[in-house]
Design a protein around this ligand. Structure first.
Ligand code: UDP
Length: 439
Protein backbone atom coordinates (compact mmCIF):
# COMPACT_ATOMS: atom_id res chain seq x y z
CA UNK A 1 0.00 0.00 0.00
CA UNK A 2 1.12 3.55 -0.71
CA UNK A 3 1.69 5.41 2.58
CA UNK A 4 -0.14 8.71 2.91
CA UNK A 5 -3.62 10.14 3.32
CA UNK A 6 -6.73 8.07 2.59
CA UNK A 7 -10.17 9.57 2.09
CA UNK A 8 -12.82 9.29 4.80
CA UNK A 9 -15.66 9.94 2.41
CA UNK A 10 -15.71 10.06 -1.37
CA UNK A 11 -18.23 11.37 -3.90
CA UNK A 12 -18.44 8.86 -6.70
CA UNK A 13 -20.15 10.22 -9.79
CA UNK A 14 -21.93 8.00 -12.31
CA UNK A 15 -24.28 10.30 -14.22
CA UNK A 16 -25.67 8.11 -16.95
CA UNK A 17 -26.22 4.80 -15.26
CA UNK A 18 -26.94 3.59 -11.74
CA UNK A 19 -24.89 0.88 -10.05
CA UNK A 20 -28.23 -0.53 -8.92
CA UNK A 21 -29.36 -1.20 -12.53
CA UNK A 22 -29.24 -4.70 -14.05
CA UNK A 23 -26.18 -4.82 -16.32
CA UNK A 24 -26.28 -6.30 -19.80
CA UNK A 25 -28.87 -4.06 -21.41
CA UNK A 26 -29.34 -0.40 -22.35
CA UNK A 27 -26.59 1.74 -20.88
CA UNK A 28 -25.87 -0.66 -18.02
CA UNK A 29 -22.80 -2.84 -18.36
CA UNK A 30 -19.33 -3.25 -17.00
CA UNK A 31 -19.17 0.26 -15.56
CA UNK A 32 -22.14 -0.45 -13.28
CA UNK A 33 -20.47 -3.63 -12.07
CA UNK A 34 -17.17 -1.78 -11.58
CA UNK A 35 -18.76 1.05 -9.60
CA UNK A 36 -20.74 -1.29 -7.38
CA UNK A 37 -17.95 -3.77 -6.73
CA UNK A 38 -15.37 -1.11 -5.88
CA UNK A 39 -17.81 1.03 -3.85
CA UNK A 40 -18.82 -1.85 -1.59
CA UNK A 41 -15.20 -2.89 -1.11
CA UNK A 42 -14.04 0.66 -0.34
CA UNK A 43 -16.88 0.86 2.20
CA UNK A 44 -15.73 -2.37 3.85
CA UNK A 45 -12.37 -0.69 4.34
CA UNK A 46 -14.02 2.10 6.30
CA UNK A 47 -14.55 4.70 3.56
CA UNK A 48 -18.03 6.22 3.19
CA UNK A 49 -18.96 6.12 -0.48
CA UNK A 50 -21.73 8.33 -1.83
CA UNK A 51 -22.70 7.62 -5.43
CA UNK A 52 -24.41 10.36 -7.41
CA UNK A 53 -26.45 9.06 -10.34
CA UNK A 54 -29.33 10.39 -12.41
CA UNK A 55 -32.83 9.44 -11.27
CA UNK A 56 -34.57 7.53 -14.05
CA UNK A 57 -37.86 6.66 -12.33
CA UNK A 58 -40.34 8.56 -10.21
CA UNK A 59 -40.01 5.73 -7.70
CA UNK A 60 -36.26 6.33 -7.23
CA UNK A 61 -35.79 7.55 -3.65
CA UNK A 62 -33.49 10.61 -3.43
CA UNK A 63 -31.18 8.85 -1.00
CA UNK A 64 -30.81 5.07 -0.84
CA UNK A 65 -28.73 3.19 1.74
CA UNK A 66 -27.60 0.64 -0.79
CA UNK A 67 -25.11 -1.31 1.35
CA UNK A 68 -23.26 -0.66 4.60
CA UNK A 69 -21.20 2.49 3.93
CA UNK A 70 -22.61 2.95 0.40
CA UNK A 71 -25.26 5.61 -0.27
CA UNK A 72 -26.81 6.12 -3.70
CA UNK A 73 -28.07 9.66 -4.33
CA UNK A 74 -30.58 9.70 -7.17
CA UNK A 75 -30.24 13.19 -8.62
CA UNK A 76 -33.17 14.67 -10.53
CA UNK A 77 -31.84 16.11 -13.78
CA UNK A 78 -34.30 16.11 -16.64
CA UNK A 79 -37.21 13.74 -17.27
CA UNK A 80 -37.05 10.25 -15.77
CA UNK A 81 -37.39 8.54 -19.12
CA UNK A 82 -37.17 9.44 -22.78
CA UNK A 83 -33.67 10.87 -22.56
CA UNK A 84 -31.05 9.06 -24.58
CA UNK A 85 -27.46 8.94 -23.29
CA UNK A 86 -26.58 11.30 -26.13
CA UNK A 87 -29.07 13.86 -24.75
CA UNK A 88 -27.48 13.88 -21.31
CA UNK A 89 -24.98 16.69 -21.94
CA UNK A 90 -28.03 18.99 -21.86
CA UNK A 91 -28.67 17.92 -18.25
CA UNK A 92 -25.16 18.32 -16.86
CA UNK A 93 -25.94 21.76 -15.47
CA UNK A 94 -29.00 20.47 -13.60
CA UNK A 95 -27.09 17.43 -12.39
CA UNK A 96 -24.10 19.50 -11.21
CA UNK A 97 -26.32 22.02 -9.44
CA UNK A 98 -27.96 19.25 -7.46
CA UNK A 99 -24.63 17.63 -6.60
CA UNK A 100 -23.35 20.99 -5.32
CA UNK A 101 -26.56 21.53 -3.31
CA UNK A 102 -26.28 18.09 -1.72
CA UNK A 103 -22.76 18.89 -0.56
CA UNK A 104 -23.70 22.39 0.59
CA UNK A 105 -26.29 20.86 2.95
CA UNK A 106 -23.50 19.02 4.80
CA UNK A 107 -20.75 20.27 7.07
CA UNK A 108 -17.76 21.90 5.31
CA UNK A 109 -15.17 19.50 3.95
CA UNK A 110 -17.73 16.69 3.69
CA UNK A 111 -16.01 14.88 0.82
CA UNK A 112 -12.27 14.27 0.63
CA UNK A 113 -12.16 13.21 -2.99
CA UNK A 114 -14.25 12.87 -6.15
CA UNK A 115 -14.06 9.85 -8.44
CA UNK A 116 -15.91 10.31 -11.72
CA UNK A 117 -16.82 7.49 -14.11
CA UNK A 118 -17.23 8.21 -17.86
CA UNK A 119 -16.77 11.64 -19.36
CA UNK A 120 -20.24 12.99 -18.48
CA UNK A 121 -19.44 12.44 -14.81
CA UNK A 122 -15.99 13.93 -15.34
CA UNK A 123 -17.60 17.20 -16.41
CA UNK A 124 -19.60 17.28 -13.16
CA UNK A 125 -16.58 16.25 -11.11
CA UNK A 126 -14.47 19.01 -12.66
CA UNK A 127 -16.87 21.70 -11.43
CA UNK A 128 -17.33 20.07 -8.01
CA UNK A 129 -13.56 19.68 -7.60
CA UNK A 130 -13.06 23.40 -8.18
CA UNK A 131 -15.82 24.26 -5.71
CA UNK A 132 -14.87 21.83 -2.98
CA UNK A 133 -11.09 22.02 -3.27
CA UNK A 134 -10.58 18.25 -3.33
CA UNK A 135 -8.86 16.08 -5.95
CA UNK A 136 -10.72 14.71 -8.96
CA UNK A 137 -9.87 11.17 -10.05
CA UNK A 138 -11.37 10.15 -13.36
CA UNK A 139 -11.95 6.79 -15.06
CA UNK A 140 -12.99 7.08 -18.72
CA UNK A 141 -14.19 3.46 -19.13
CA UNK A 142 -14.31 4.01 -22.88
CA UNK A 143 -12.69 6.65 -25.06
CA UNK A 144 -14.47 8.19 -28.04
CA UNK A 145 -11.29 8.57 -30.09
CA UNK A 146 -10.50 4.86 -29.61
CA UNK A 147 -14.04 3.79 -30.39
CA UNK A 148 -14.21 5.98 -33.50
CA UNK A 149 -10.99 4.47 -34.80
CA UNK A 150 -12.54 0.96 -34.80
CA UNK A 151 -16.23 1.36 -35.63
CA UNK A 152 -18.44 -1.57 -36.58
CA UNK A 153 -20.05 -1.31 -40.03
CA UNK A 154 -23.15 0.87 -39.71
CA UNK A 155 -22.29 2.01 -36.18
CA UNK A 156 -22.54 5.76 -35.56
CA UNK A 157 -19.35 7.61 -34.68
CA UNK A 158 -19.17 9.20 -31.23
CA UNK A 159 -19.99 12.89 -31.67
CA UNK A 160 -17.44 15.70 -31.51
CA UNK A 161 -19.30 16.96 -28.43
CA UNK A 162 -18.05 13.89 -26.55
CA UNK A 163 -14.54 14.00 -27.98
CA UNK A 164 -14.12 17.60 -26.83
CA UNK A 165 -15.81 17.01 -23.45
CA UNK A 166 -13.62 13.99 -22.83
CA UNK A 167 -10.51 15.96 -23.72
CA UNK A 168 -11.44 18.62 -21.17
CA UNK A 169 -11.86 16.00 -18.45
CA UNK A 170 -8.54 14.35 -19.29
CA UNK A 171 -6.88 17.75 -19.00
CA UNK A 172 -8.62 18.80 -15.80
CA UNK A 173 -8.60 15.63 -13.70
CA UNK A 174 -5.93 15.45 -11.05
CA UNK A 175 -5.36 11.79 -11.77
CA UNK A 176 -6.63 9.39 -14.40
CA UNK A 177 -7.31 5.71 -13.92
CA UNK A 178 -6.66 3.43 -16.90
CA UNK A 179 -7.60 -0.26 -17.08
CA UNK A 180 -4.43 -1.37 -18.86
CA UNK A 181 -1.12 -0.11 -20.25
CA UNK A 182 -2.86 -0.05 -23.66
CA UNK A 183 -5.32 2.51 -22.33
CA UNK A 184 -2.45 4.55 -20.87
CA UNK A 185 -0.89 4.68 -24.35
CA UNK A 186 -4.24 5.74 -25.84
CA UNK A 187 -4.66 8.51 -23.27
CA UNK A 188 -1.13 9.73 -23.90
CA UNK A 189 -1.09 9.40 -27.70
CA UNK A 190 -4.65 10.44 -28.53
CA UNK A 191 -5.42 12.88 -25.70
CA UNK A 192 -1.97 14.12 -24.77
CA UNK A 193 -2.39 13.01 -21.14
CA UNK A 194 0.58 13.32 -18.81
CA UNK A 195 1.67 9.70 -18.09
CA UNK A 196 2.83 10.64 -14.58
CA UNK A 197 -0.79 11.42 -13.69
CA UNK A 198 -2.16 8.04 -14.82
CA UNK A 199 -2.57 4.96 -12.61
CA UNK A 200 -3.17 1.53 -14.11
CA UNK A 201 -5.90 -0.14 -12.11
CA UNK A 202 -6.87 -3.50 -13.54
CA UNK A 203 -10.57 -4.40 -13.11
CA UNK A 204 -11.60 -7.70 -11.60
CA UNK A 205 -14.28 -10.30 -11.30
CA UNK A 206 -16.35 -11.29 -8.32
CA UNK A 207 -14.37 -14.46 -7.66
CA UNK A 208 -16.72 -15.50 -4.85
CA UNK A 209 -19.48 -15.63 -7.43
CA UNK A 210 -17.64 -16.70 -10.58
CA UNK A 211 -15.76 -19.96 -10.07
CA UNK A 212 -15.56 -23.29 -11.87
CA UNK A 213 -18.55 -25.55 -11.29
CA UNK A 214 -20.46 -28.54 -12.55
CA UNK A 215 -21.52 -27.99 -16.18
CA UNK A 216 -24.41 -30.47 -16.06
CA UNK A 217 -25.82 -28.94 -12.89
CA UNK A 218 -25.72 -25.46 -14.44
CA UNK A 219 -27.37 -26.74 -17.62
CA UNK A 220 -30.11 -28.28 -15.50
CA UNK A 221 -30.65 -24.93 -13.73
CA UNK A 222 -31.02 -23.19 -17.10
CA UNK A 223 -33.09 -25.97 -18.69
CA UNK A 224 -30.43 -26.71 -21.34
CA UNK A 225 -29.75 -30.14 -22.84
CA UNK A 226 -26.78 -31.88 -21.21
CA UNK A 227 -24.95 -32.85 -24.41
CA UNK A 228 -25.31 -29.77 -26.60
CA UNK A 229 -22.24 -27.66 -27.36
CA UNK A 230 -22.70 -23.97 -26.57
CA UNK A 231 -20.72 -21.01 -27.87
CA UNK A 232 -21.99 -18.13 -25.81
CA UNK A 233 -22.11 -14.35 -26.15
CA UNK A 234 -22.82 -12.32 -22.98
CA UNK A 235 -23.30 -8.57 -23.02
CA UNK A 236 -25.20 -5.63 -24.36
CA UNK A 237 -26.48 -6.34 -27.83
CA UNK A 238 -25.02 -3.51 -29.87
CA UNK A 239 -22.85 -3.23 -33.01
CA UNK A 240 -19.70 -2.50 -30.99
CA UNK A 241 -19.95 -5.92 -29.33
CA UNK A 242 -20.27 -7.70 -32.68
CA UNK A 243 -22.65 -10.55 -31.76
CA UNK A 244 -23.51 -10.61 -35.49
CA UNK A 245 -19.92 -11.62 -36.28
CA UNK A 246 -20.30 -14.59 -33.94
CA UNK A 247 -23.67 -15.66 -35.38
CA UNK A 248 -22.37 -15.37 -38.96
CA UNK A 249 -19.15 -17.20 -38.12
CA UNK A 250 -21.03 -20.04 -36.45
CA UNK A 251 -23.44 -20.56 -39.35
CA UNK A 252 -21.20 -22.78 -41.54
CA UNK A 253 -20.14 -24.81 -38.50
CA UNK A 254 -23.72 -25.36 -37.38
CA UNK A 255 -24.77 -26.35 -40.89
CA UNK A 256 -21.91 -28.82 -41.18
CA UNK A 257 -22.58 -30.26 -37.71
CA UNK A 258 -23.93 -33.77 -38.22
CA UNK A 259 -24.74 -34.17 -34.51
CA UNK A 260 -27.15 -31.21 -34.46
CA UNK A 261 -25.74 -30.36 -31.02
CA UNK A 262 -23.85 -27.16 -31.80
CA UNK A 263 -25.65 -24.01 -30.65
CA UNK A 264 -25.10 -20.31 -30.08
CA UNK A 265 -26.40 -18.71 -26.90
CA UNK A 266 -26.85 -14.92 -26.82
CA UNK A 267 -27.39 -13.42 -23.37
CA UNK A 268 -28.20 -9.74 -22.92
CA UNK A 269 -30.56 -7.01 -24.00
CA UNK A 270 -30.64 -4.26 -26.60
CA UNK A 271 -28.44 -1.21 -26.25
CA UNK A 272 -28.57 1.79 -28.56
CA UNK A 273 -29.55 1.12 -32.12
CA UNK A 274 -28.04 -0.55 -35.14
CA UNK A 275 -27.28 -3.76 -36.94
CA UNK A 276 -26.73 -6.00 -33.97
CA UNK A 277 -30.08 -5.44 -32.24
CA UNK A 278 -31.80 -8.66 -31.10
CA UNK A 279 -34.38 -8.45 -33.91
CA UNK A 280 -31.64 -7.88 -36.48
CA UNK A 281 -29.70 -10.80 -34.99
CA UNK A 282 -32.75 -13.04 -35.24
CA UNK A 283 -33.23 -11.92 -38.87
CA UNK A 284 -29.57 -12.67 -39.54
CA UNK A 285 -29.86 -16.15 -38.00
CA UNK A 286 -32.96 -16.78 -40.10
CA UNK A 287 -31.27 -15.61 -43.30
CA UNK A 288 -28.34 -17.90 -42.53
CA UNK A 289 -30.70 -20.80 -41.86
CA UNK A 290 -29.63 -21.36 -38.24
CA UNK A 291 -32.43 -19.60 -36.31
CA UNK A 292 -33.43 -22.84 -34.58
CA UNK A 293 -29.88 -23.20 -33.23
CA UNK A 294 -29.52 -19.73 -31.68
CA UNK A 295 -30.94 -19.23 -28.18
CA UNK A 296 -31.64 -15.78 -26.77
CA UNK A 297 -31.74 -15.16 -23.03
CA UNK A 298 -32.65 -11.79 -21.49
CA UNK A 299 -30.10 -10.09 -19.21
CA UNK A 300 -29.28 -12.38 -16.32
CA UNK A 301 -28.48 -11.39 -12.73
CA UNK A 302 -25.11 -12.66 -11.46
CA UNK A 303 -26.61 -15.61 -9.58
CA UNK A 304 -27.89 -16.98 -12.91
CA UNK A 305 -25.11 -15.63 -15.11
CA UNK A 306 -22.65 -17.89 -13.31
CA UNK A 307 -24.66 -20.85 -14.59
CA UNK A 308 -24.62 -19.42 -18.13
CA UNK A 309 -20.82 -19.34 -18.05
CA UNK A 310 -20.47 -22.77 -16.45
CA UNK A 311 -22.93 -24.23 -18.96
CA UNK A 312 -20.91 -22.90 -21.93
CA UNK A 313 -18.21 -24.71 -23.87
CA UNK A 314 -16.70 -21.49 -25.20
CA UNK A 315 -17.50 -17.83 -24.48
CA UNK A 316 -16.98 -15.44 -27.39
CA UNK A 317 -16.14 -11.74 -27.04
CA UNK A 318 -15.83 -10.47 -30.63
CA UNK A 319 -16.05 -6.72 -29.78
CA UNK A 320 -14.65 -4.04 -32.09
CA UNK A 321 -13.26 -2.20 -29.08
CA UNK A 322 -13.21 -3.04 -25.40
CA UNK A 323 -11.38 -1.08 -22.75
CA UNK A 324 -11.26 -4.25 -20.66
CA UNK A 325 -14.05 -6.81 -21.06
CA UNK A 326 -15.30 -8.10 -17.71
CA UNK A 327 -17.22 -10.91 -19.41
CA UNK A 328 -13.94 -12.42 -20.60
CA UNK A 329 -12.63 -12.56 -17.02
CA UNK A 330 -15.88 -13.82 -15.49
CA UNK A 331 -16.12 -16.64 -18.07
CA UNK A 332 -12.51 -17.69 -17.44
CA UNK A 333 -13.07 -17.52 -13.68
CA UNK A 334 -15.78 -20.15 -14.30
CA UNK A 335 -13.20 -22.34 -16.06
CA UNK A 336 -14.39 -21.63 -19.61
CA UNK A 337 -12.05 -20.76 -22.52
CA UNK A 338 -12.67 -17.47 -24.27
CA UNK A 339 -12.33 -16.58 -27.93
CA UNK A 340 -11.96 -12.83 -28.19
CA UNK A 341 -11.00 -10.10 -30.62
CA UNK A 342 -7.46 -8.88 -30.08
CA UNK A 343 -8.52 -5.37 -29.11
CA UNK A 344 -7.96 -3.13 -26.07
CA UNK A 345 -8.02 -4.83 -22.68
CA UNK A 346 -9.00 -8.23 -24.11
CA UNK A 347 -5.31 -8.74 -24.90
CA UNK A 348 -4.68 -8.63 -21.14
CA UNK A 349 -7.82 -10.46 -20.11
CA UNK A 350 -7.13 -13.50 -22.32
CA UNK A 351 -3.82 -15.35 -22.41
CA UNK A 352 -3.67 -16.21 -26.13
CA UNK A 353 -3.25 -19.93 -26.78
CA UNK A 354 -3.33 -20.84 -23.08
CA UNK A 355 -6.67 -19.67 -21.63
CA UNK A 356 -8.37 -18.93 -24.93
CA UNK A 357 -7.78 -17.56 -28.38
CA UNK A 358 -7.31 -14.00 -29.62
CA UNK A 359 -8.45 -13.32 -33.16
CA UNK A 360 -7.13 -10.46 -35.28
CA UNK A 361 -9.89 -8.45 -36.92
CA UNK A 362 -13.52 -9.33 -37.59
CA UNK A 363 -13.36 -11.27 -40.82
CA UNK A 364 -16.18 -13.82 -40.51
CA UNK A 365 -14.25 -16.58 -42.30
CA UNK A 366 -11.32 -16.14 -39.96
CA UNK A 367 -13.66 -16.34 -36.95
CA UNK A 368 -15.22 -19.50 -38.42
CA UNK A 369 -11.77 -21.04 -38.84
CA UNK A 370 -10.63 -20.20 -35.29
CA UNK A 371 -13.92 -21.36 -33.75
CA UNK A 372 -13.76 -24.56 -35.75
CA UNK A 373 -10.26 -25.35 -34.43
CA UNK A 374 -11.43 -24.82 -30.86
CA UNK A 375 -14.65 -26.78 -31.25
CA UNK A 376 -12.88 -29.72 -32.91
CA UNK A 377 -10.59 -30.24 -29.93
CA UNK A 378 -12.41 -30.90 -26.62
CA UNK A 379 -9.16 -31.89 -24.88
CA UNK A 380 -7.56 -28.55 -25.75
CA UNK A 381 -10.68 -26.74 -24.55
CA UNK A 382 -10.55 -28.61 -21.26
CA UNK A 383 -6.86 -27.66 -20.79
CA UNK A 384 -7.64 -24.06 -21.64
CA UNK A 385 -10.58 -24.03 -19.25
CA UNK A 386 -8.38 -25.20 -16.37
CA UNK A 387 -5.72 -22.61 -17.23
CA UNK A 388 -8.43 -19.95 -17.57
CA UNK A 389 -9.67 -20.66 -14.04
CA UNK A 390 -6.13 -20.15 -12.72
CA UNK A 391 -5.45 -17.09 -14.87
CA UNK A 392 -8.61 -15.36 -13.65
CA UNK A 393 -7.56 -15.59 -10.01
CA UNK A 394 -5.23 -12.60 -10.45
CA UNK A 395 -8.20 -10.39 -11.38
CA UNK A 396 -10.05 -9.71 -8.15
CA UNK A 397 -12.03 -6.66 -7.13
CA UNK A 398 -10.04 -6.66 -3.88
CA UNK A 399 -6.89 -6.13 -5.90
CA UNK A 400 -8.63 -3.41 -7.94
CA UNK A 401 -9.64 -1.71 -4.70
CA UNK A 402 -6.05 -1.83 -3.37
CA UNK A 403 -4.84 -0.12 -6.55
CA UNK A 404 -7.63 2.46 -6.45
CA UNK A 405 -6.76 3.34 -2.86
CA UNK A 406 -3.11 3.80 -3.81
CA UNK A 407 -4.23 6.16 -6.59
CA UNK A 408 -6.45 8.09 -4.16
CA UNK A 409 -3.51 8.48 -1.79
CA UNK A 410 -1.27 9.76 -4.58
CA UNK A 411 -3.97 12.22 -5.63
CA UNK A 412 -4.53 13.50 -2.10
CA UNK A 413 -0.79 13.83 -1.40
CA UNK A 414 -0.16 15.77 -4.59
CA UNK A 415 -3.30 17.88 -4.47
CA UNK A 416 -2.19 20.36 -1.86
CA UNK A 417 1.04 20.95 -3.72
CA UNK A 418 -0.15 22.09 -7.12
CA UNK A 419 -3.93 22.17 -7.44
CA UNK A 420 -5.20 25.54 -8.51
CA UNK A 421 -8.80 25.65 -9.61
CA UNK A 422 -8.10 28.40 -12.09
CA UNK A 423 -8.89 26.39 -15.20
CA UNK A 424 -5.61 27.50 -16.68
CA UNK A 425 -3.30 24.83 -15.34
CA UNK A 426 -3.43 22.76 -18.48
CA UNK A 427 -4.75 25.46 -20.76
CA UNK A 428 -2.09 25.40 -23.41
CA UNK A 429 -2.00 21.65 -23.64
CA UNK A 430 -5.76 21.52 -23.72
CA UNK A 431 -6.01 23.58 -26.87
CA UNK A 432 -3.15 21.81 -28.54
CA UNK A 433 -4.74 18.42 -27.90
CA UNK A 434 -8.16 19.52 -28.92
CA UNK A 435 -6.81 20.60 -32.26
CA UNK A 436 -5.12 17.19 -32.57
CA UNK A 437 -8.24 15.19 -31.72
CA UNK A 438 -10.44 17.28 -34.03
CA UNK A 439 -8.00 17.07 -36.95
N1 UDP B 1 -23.87 -8.74 -17.31
C1 UDP B 1 -24.85 -9.20 -16.48
N2 UDP B 1 -25.91 -9.87 -17.03
C2 UDP B 1 -26.04 -10.08 -18.36
C3 UDP B 1 -25.02 -9.60 -19.21
C4 UDP B 1 -23.94 -8.93 -18.67
O1 UDP B 1 -24.79 -9.04 -15.25
O2 UDP B 1 -27.02 -10.69 -18.79
C5 UDP B 1 -22.68 -8.06 -16.74
C6 UDP B 1 -21.46 -8.96 -16.80
O3 UDP B 1 -21.43 -9.80 -15.67
C7 UDP B 1 -20.32 -7.96 -16.84
C8 UDP B 1 -20.94 -6.71 -17.42
O4 UDP B 1 -22.36 -6.92 -17.48
O5 UDP B 1 -19.82 -7.73 -15.54
C9 UDP B 1 -20.44 -6.38 -18.82
O6 UDP B 1 -19.17 -5.87 -18.74
P1 UDP B 1 -18.14 -5.84 -19.93
O7 UDP B 1 -16.91 -5.18 -19.44
O8 UDP B 1 -17.97 -7.21 -20.50
O9 UDP B 1 -18.86 -5.00 -21.07
P2 UDP B 1 -19.43 -3.48 -21.05
O10 UDP B 1 -20.87 -3.57 -20.72
O11 UDP B 1 -18.65 -2.71 -20.03
O12 UDP B 1 -19.22 -2.97 -22.42
Amino acid sequence: MTAGPTPRRIALISVHTSPLAQPGTGDAGGMNVYVWQTATRLARRGIDVEIFTRATSSTDQPVVDAAPGVTVRNVVAGPFDGLDKRDLPSQLCAFSANVLRAEAAQEPGYYDLIHSHYWLSGQVGWLARDRWGVPLIHTAHTLAAVKNAALAAGDAAEPMLRVVGEQQVVDEADRLIANTATEVAELVDMYGADPSRIDVVVPGADLDRYSPGDRSASRAVLGLRPDDVFVTFVGRIQPLKAPDVLVAAMAPLIKADSTSRLRVMVVGGPSGSGLAQPTALIDLAERLGIADRVDFLPPQPPERLVHVYRASDVVAVPSYSESFGLVAIEAQACGVPVIAARVGGLGVAVNDGRTGVLVDGHDVDEWTRRLSELLADPARRADMGRAAGQHALQFSWEHTTDSLLAGYTRAMSAFGRHAQPDGGRFGLRRWRNRAKVMA
